[in-house]
Design a binder for this molecule. Structure first.
Ligand code: MEV
Length: 454
């Protein structure tokens, strides 16, 4: 039995177990750090210093960040990078990218540069419908429930009019409410399956507010409905929540060029390159083990733009992977083909993004990122983000089918390894020079550092 606030050992590792704490969120930031230092870091000043080093010297900016979430004790930095030369629908963009993985921005920039001389990227939003559901239990005749639903539908819509007024002015609102019978899967389970347009907002709060109101109206009206028996009047709401599965909020992006405009090397002619590329994508269309990594590479680009523009990358990830499995088998989100001597590479992906609300006007770097993109509306941001995914996938497959991924990856990772060993500027300069002509591996970097220091 492990005692609270005790140090116990598992093999050679010591763990410290903190006491239960109540009212932690109400402590001041300084007291929260004091509590952490005392119970998790044996009052070692290094921990406190690490946390406070990352505070912003501008108090009001720090307060803004503190108030984004609960129990904020410091800031967690990620690089804010840019990838220039993205020609999208004949407009040139510099993409903001927030990501820690060393080679992603370099790869995106390389792909952008390659395609800017071949017509650039074309992107188009195909649909922008979002979904939310009220899940409920009803015990009784489905026919009566369907009749009740038809009679109550105008009341449902009316009950959210104060929530939808502003959204309607911006061109959004509730699109449709449908009653769905799910009793084949779970006894007495039904849904209000609702669709929405949310204009330039991602729309989560708008959708959830509408759904919770639909749920209340449904319950109240059922109680008053004369066509129901006493049992049927008792609709039980299980939950009301938007869906991050948005297969009708889709953007498509494409690049294409004549085959002889593709890379042509001693190892691979343009023709062979095109065939090998198409085959590599085809493998990700039939083999889930490959598809997951392939799509992960796409999400390297997408998440980086999503994060930089203050959007919810977890929602985007969940929706994208669900879409990749929509045909009953997980597969690639991109497709490549050769048609009439042209190489065509496309992506189709759901992206429920917003350019208003949330962090978009609050976080100074998010604001800057959106300015950098020319203050796009949600549809433009969907196009730009899909392009980031396609570019990233192009760069990854280009490396995989030619040099292999490690060459570029380890070159970019070199600086991380050097920093791990606290290399001085002079050491960095010498080793960067050395690795221009030598393969970067962790052990080779260590050997060379040791050699320099010997
Ligand atoms: C690494 O973050 C992403 C890749 O593995 C993607 C891919 O394999 O296509 C390089």
């Amino acid at each position: 039995m492990i005692k609270q606030n005790s140090i116990f050992e598992a093999s050679t590792i010591k763990y410290i177990m903190a006491p239960v704490v109540s009212g932690f969120s109400k402590l001041s930031k300084a007291d929260k750090i004091k509590w952490l230092a005392e119970h998790h870091f044996s009052n070692d000043a290094t921990a406190t210093n690490t946390l406070t080093t990352y505070w912003n010297s501008d108090d009001s900016l720090q307060q803004l960040h503190d108030e984004f979430t609960e129990n904020t004790i410091s800031n967690y930095y990620l690089p804010f990078s840019v990838a220039p030369n993205f020609l999208i629908n004949n407009t040139r963009y510099t993409l903001p990218m927030t990501i820690e993985e060393s080679s992603v921005v370099a790869a995106a920039s390389k792909a952008a540069k390659f395609w800017q001389n071949r017509g650039g990227f074309k992107a188009e939003v195909l649909s922008t419908v979002k979904v939310g559901q009220v899940h409920f239990t009803y015990t009784g005749s489905y026919k009566k429930l369907a009749q009740f639903f038809t009679s109550v539908k105008p009341d449902l819509l009316q009950s959210v009019s104060s929530i939808t007024r502003n959204m309607e002015k911006r061109g959004g609102g509730v699109q449709e409410i449908e009653l769905r019978d799910k009793t084949a899967e779970i006894d007495n389970y039904y849904q209000l399956h609702c669709t929405f347009e949310t204009a330039d907002a991602m729309g989560a709060n708008f959708i959830n507010s509408c759904l919770e109101q639909f749920a209340k109206t449904l319950v109240t009206k059922a109680k008053q409905y004369n066509g129901f028996s006493e049992t049927e009047k008792n609709i039980e709401i299980i939950m009301s929540i938007l869906s991050n599965y948005v297969p009708q909020c889709i953007v498509r992006a494409e690049v294409s060029c004549a085959i002889d405009e593709l890379p042509n090397t001693d190892q691979l002619s343009s023709q062979q390159y095109a065939k090998k590329f198409v085959r590599a994508v085809r493998i990700a269309e039939v083999e889930p083990y490959r598809a997951v990594t392939h799509n992960k590479g796409i999400m390297n680009g997408i998440d980086a733009v999503v994060l930089a523009t203050g959007n919810d990358f977890r929602a985007i990830e969940a929706g994208a992977h669900a879409y990749a499995a929509k045909d009953g088998k997980y597969k690639s989100l991109t497709h490549a083909e050769i048609k009439d001597d042209r190489f065509i590479f496309t992506i189709e992906i759901p992206l429920a993004l917003g350019t208003v609300g949330g962090l978009t006007s609050l976080h100074p770097l998010v604001k800057l990122a959106l300015q950098l993109l020319g203050k796009p509306n949600a549809k433009k941001l969907m196009e730009i983000t899909a392009v980031a995914g396609l570019a990233q996938n192009f760069a990854a497959i280009n490396s995989l089918i030619t040099t292999g991924i490690q060459q570029g990856h380890m070159k970019m990772h070199l600086m991380n390894i050097l920093n791990q060993f606290n290399a001085t500027d002079q050491e960095k300069e010498q080793l960067v020079e050395y690795f221009k002509t030598n393969t970067v591996t962790h052990s080779e970097v260590v050997t060379q550092i040791e050699k320099l220091r010997a």
